[in-house]
Design a binder for this molecule. Structure first.
Ligand code: ADP
Ligand code: MG
Length: 686
């Protein structure tokens, strides 16, 4: 149960004074639904106002506070154009106050002949002064125009002043909580108590230490959650699966395993032999051969008489895995089946029956395969491929689902810096494939201005005339699937006109599954020369003959994404090229990021640098990984604090595994503040 002391904070925002349905709706748009969300909606900047006796040129461009007395109002004659109120300061200068809309408001808030306190950015207007859309308060109400005012991230319909008031109300509801931070750490860092730190972070966005303490709380909750998840996953007995080598030995491979693959398979084999369920993250750059590792692990499970399931993030990938596995395994007598949202009716029934009866050894599919209704006879191993969307809560569900939870192998090619591994997969042991299969030529990457698009298309023509194949990726337009699709459709039209209908295929997220499969199939078999796509092809797709990758609007992609896309080529032995087409308006950071892509083919280096390049204040994780990011902690906080929080949380659980003592109880409140409903499940099962 949630600690009672938090109840006032877990009330809906409507419970705060002055929040009606309208405001509540606006707040919801930026993710604020509970009072506690408001509490953690921290200001990110500050307005500095200068109190001045009169307007003067030294104040140009600054936000000033002036005492002004209006003497004339001029409304636009035609109903268009601004309303101007002319007012004088104590030196007799004229300052005109400008309103582009709402002339009634100007009249009401600036009555002629009455002195008001006015604030806004002072600009020159001929040889006089002006302020556009000033804030106005009565004389004596200066408190409403503080010299330093914290500025909150806003949304339409909520002013900064209102946001400040709401934060104040939320703060009033924040009780003094028991301390969860290790006393010696608190002392060493000189941190204040939780409530005081929050108050300070709201009052002054530059209060670095207050903010750091709050960031620590968040990272600590994250680490505690992951350790509880580990505890609960490992407390249940799983089935020890020791393979006899019959299937793995019989598997015919056209090549030798790399040393890294062999080592990692050994680690997995060692885990699966235990009755404590495996929790392993397999990191390996794009093209490093993770699929084969998964295959070996699944064969071990099957040899030991259990079933294995392989979860792919997309339909396309699920089909591709199913095809490869069927090809390799049918002759060994291993029965592979597929289950996605598309298997319906009889086909679906027969898969469900096969799973329950145990006649299906390996199931490949999308998220459907771990749904409630899918019952396995004996699921021994779950493999999650390219898991971007398989977050902590899904892992928690999976570990709680079965009496005997399966061994779990999560595979990712998203190169994650070490600290992020700790915060995203902190409950897992980590294996790394740090070696590429031999004979690969590194992909050559070039950054090209979009003014040269015609040349790129010309080059593409020569490439396909020589029998080559190519991907052409269109960027994310406004984060919306439909506009992405439109851009890709438009591009494919252009390329078809040039190269012929039959040569150019198109896939995007709005197409139906079978349609997508048909196109992918035609590309894989070489019937299509060019595949125009949105980022649906980002993960996993494997067509070695395709050696040219064109990415339009490259500056709009995350680096991890670009690296993934580039990983679609360079899979055969021939030379591959990746062309990153950029727009003409690039920020410094965007330039540096593209340069990094050109220089390095090393996913881990790119990830580390990317973390550094993202300026302070950019919040982690959201766009790049698809995982929920942190609210308070910034990238640099996480990097510094995660290892400390890790050992602190570990120590706490070692001393007080049930979180029953005073600090344990306090840690529960911390967990609730950040992990919300998930905390209930974690505490119950931890
Ligand atoms: P990823 O780690 O990105 O999932 P894949 O498993 O798709 O990589 O492997 C990429 C390509 O490398 C595939 O075509 C696969 O057949 C090939 N491959 C895997 N292991 C080896 C190896 N040891 N030697 C040569 N080629 C390999
Ligand atoms: Mg893969």
């Amino acid at each position: 149960m949630r600690p009672d002391i938090l109840n006032p904070l877990f009330a809906e925002v409507e419970a705060l004074p002055g929040v009606g349905p309208q405001i509540a709706k606006a707040l919801k748009r930026i993710g604020i639904t509970l009072a506690v969300d408001m509490l953690y909606h921290l200001p990110t900047g500050v307005i500095e106002r200068i109190r001045a006796p009169a307007a003067s040129s030294v104040l140009l461009g600054r936000t000033v506070i002036l005492e002004l007395t209006p003497f004339e109002i001029r409304s636009p004659r035609s109903g268009r154009g601004p309303t101007r109120v002319f007012a004088s300061d104590s030196d007799g200068n004229t300052v005109s106050l400008i309103y582009f809309n709402n002339p009634g408001w100007a009249k009401k808030s600036l009555p002629m002949g009455e002195t008001r306190i006015v604030s806004g950015k002072l600009e020159a207007y001929g040889d006089e002064w002006q302020i556009i859309h000033p804030e106005v308060v009565a004389v004596g109400a200066d408190a409403d125009l503080p010299v330093r005012e914290p500025v909150y991230p806003l949304t339409e319909g909520i002013t900064n002043k209102r946001m400040r008031e709401l934060a104040g109300h939320a703060l009033e509801r924040a009780p003094e909580l028991g301390e969860w931070i290790e006393p010696s750490l608190l002392e060493r860092e000189g941190w204040r108590k939780w409530q005081a730190a929050l108050a300070e972070a709201h009052a002054d966005p530059a209060a670095a230490e207050a903010r750091r303490r709050l960031a620590y709380d968040e990272v600590f909750a994250n680490q505690l959650a992951l350790l509880l998840l580990r505890q609960s996953s490992r407390r249940k007995r799983g089935a020890p699966l020791a393979g006899d080598g019959q299937l793995t030995d019989a598997l015919k491979l056209p090549y030798q395993l790399t040393n890294a693959q062999r080592r990692v398979i050994g680690e997995i084999r060692g885990d699966m032999e235990q009755s404590v369920p495996m929790l392993r993250l397999l990191q390996g750059d794009v093209g490093s051969g993770k699929t084969l590792v998964a295959l070996e692990a699944m064969l071990i499970a099957v040899e030991a008489g259990a079933q294995a399931a392989l979860l792919a993030p997309t339909e396309i990938l699920a089909r591709q895995h199913f095809d490869t596995l069927s090809k390799q395994l049918t002759s060994l007598g291993v029965h592979v089946a597929i289950l996605t949202g598309r298997e319906k009716g009889k086909a679906r029934e027969s898969v469900l029956m096969g799973l329950a009866a145990g006649s299906i050894d390996i199931l490949v599919g999308t998220h459907a395969i771990f749904q409630e209704k899918v019952a396995y006879k004996k699921l021994g191993l779950a493999v999650i491929d390219e898991q971007h969307r398989f977050g902590v809560s899904q892992r928690l569900l999976l570990s709680q689902k079965a009496e005997r939870p399966p061994h779990l192998l999560v595979m990712t090619a998203t190169p994650i810096p070490r600290t992020l591994t700790l915060t995203q997969y902190g409950e897992m042991d980590v294996s790394r494939i740090d070696e590429m299969p031999p004979g690969r030529t590194p992909v050559e990457t070039r950054v090209i201005s979009d003014e040269k698009l015609a040349d790129v298309i010309g080059g593409l023509g020569r490439h396909i005339d020589a029998g080559g194949q190519a991907y052409w990726v269109c960027p994310l337009v406004e984060e919306s699937e439909s506009s992405d699709a439109a851009a890709a459709e438009e591009r494919s039209r252009v390329l078809r006109l040039r190269f012929g209908e039959g040569k150019v295929g198109l896939v995007h997220g709005r197409m139906k599954g079978p349609e997508k499969d048909a196109v992918m199939g035609a590309f894989a078999s070489g019937d299509l020369a060019v595949l125009v796509a949105t980022t649906v092809i980002e993960v996993g797709v494997d067509v070695p003959n395709s050696t040219l990758m064109v990415v339009e609007g490259a500056e709009r992609f995350g680096l991890a994404q670009l690296h993934q896309l580039r990983g679609r080529v360079g899979r055969g032995t021939g030379k591959s090229i990746c062309l990153l087409i950029r727009g003409d308006k690039l920020t410094e950071t965007a330039r540096a990021r593209l340069a990094l892509m050109r220089e390095s083919n090393d996913g881990f280096r790119i990830a580390e640098e990317d973390l550094r390049l993202r300026g302070p204040g950019e919040i982690l994780g959201t766009r790049q990984s698809g995982e929920e990011g942190f609210k308070v902690a910034r990238a640099e906080d996480v990097e510094a604090l995660a290892p400390i929080a890790r050992s602190d949380a570990k120590l706490m659980l070692e001393r007080d595994g049930g979180l029953a003592g005073p600090r344990g109880q306090a840690a529960r409140t911390c967990l609730y503040l950040f992990e919300r409903d998930q905390a209930i499940a974690l505490i119950r099962s931890g």
